[in-house]
Design a protein around this ligand. Structure first.
Ligand SMILES: [Mn+2]
Length: 326
């Protein structure tokens, strides 16, 4: 698929002596895996070229990848080729200066509502950009070099973005390309341990969440991580916010919501759903996002209750008018 585009990208890579890679802010496994996996492949394949990853906001959870990034401010973008990965639109860029590069290539798997770049390779049915980079590597396997580190980074992006091959974007290509990377010797026990193991205190926090979680009549699960709870468990903002995922496994619960006290007195809302969309509800409360994952803000306990009530009414309506949900 897209053989012409892939060929054009390889030609551009050959053309430039300096290549700078970039990705979206608050990087996930796919953003880190695809930018550093491709960087590693390019360094091995073209040792005379200067290959740099330009962002500096690595997440704590991915520090184990020991990836090195260069301060965007000290980079020379003139005569450089930029490759932007996993970034749907330029506003999401961690390094906005990357657009100063002479030419820019977009490689992404989000719906292409905001096309950009001199060359754009977007396949929105792909599980991950790491799957696309693995495909690129496989397509040009006679030209490109790969090592265990690059294979591990790409494999990491595939499993994190596909939910360990559980999300519906997973298809035969995802598994074939993951298998191609595994054959290079990826240590899945170590990788999965790095990605999944949590400190003991994390489970104490989870137990507290399960104790406090509430369920509405029609199946909205919700919880409130107030300031007191954040202090008691020494939670970072992102740890408090991730608590929304604890509620994802309840049968009949099509919507689950976490409310997290912000330092400024407002309350951050994280909404998740399956089968039915949730973004319209988020938009009513100063937010928005994806069909099944959105964010919003409320300013009082009363507004929190109103949102829960609205979500409950939405579920009720959905369940009455649709079959097939679980
Ligand atoms: Mn991705």
């Amino acid at each position: 698929m897209n053989e012409e585009t892939k060929n054009a990208i390889l030609e551009k890579i050959r053309e430039y002596d300096r290549i700078i890679l970039a990705r979206h802010v608050r990087p996930d496994g796919d953003a880190v895996g695809s930018s550093h996996g491709l960087a590693e492949i390019l360094r091995l394949s073209f040792p005379d070229k200067e290959i740099l990853v330009s962002d500096e906001d690595i997440s704590d959870a991915l520090e184990f990848t020991q990836t090195e990034e260069t301060d965007p401010e000290i980079l020379d973008y003139s005569n450089a080729l930029a490759i932007v990965l996993d970034t749907a639109n330029l506003e999401r860029l961690a390094n906005k200066r990357i657009t100063e590069a002479k030419e820019l290539i977009k490689i992404d798997h989000h719906i292409d509502r905001n096309p950009y770049g001199d060359i754009s390779w977007v396949e929105d049915e792909r599980s991950s950009v790491c799957e696309m980079i693995a495909d690129f590597l496989y397509t040009f396997r006679d030209v490109l070099q790969c090592n265990l580190r690059a294979a591990t980074l790409l494999y990491m992006g595939i499993i994190t973005d596909s939910g360990n091959f559980k999300y519906s974007a997973t298809n035969g290509d995802t598994l074939r390309l993951a298998g191609y990377l595994l054959d290079m010797g990826v240590d899945i026990q170590t990788l999965n341990s790095e990605l999944e193991l949590r400190p003991y205190e994390f489970y104490k926090f989870q137990a507290c969440i399960f104790d406090k979680m509430k369920l509405t009549e029609n199946g909205v699960a919700y919880l409130y991580v107030d300031k007191e709870m954040q202090e008691r468990f020494h939670l970072t903002r992102s740890q408090a916010s991730d608590s929304v995922d604890f509620m994802s496994g309840i049968r009949g619960t099509l919507v689950w919501i976490a409310f997290i006290d912000n330092p400024d007195g407002s309350i951050r809302v994280r909404l998740r759903s399956r089968f039915m969309p949730i973004n319209n509800l988020a938009e009513r409360y100063d937010g928005g996002g994806h069909a099944n994952a959105s964010g919003a803000t409320v300013n009082s306990l009363r507004e929190m209750q109103a949102l829960v009530k609205d979500a409950d009414a939405l579920i009720k309506e959905y369940k009455e008018n649709n079959g097939g949900w679980i």
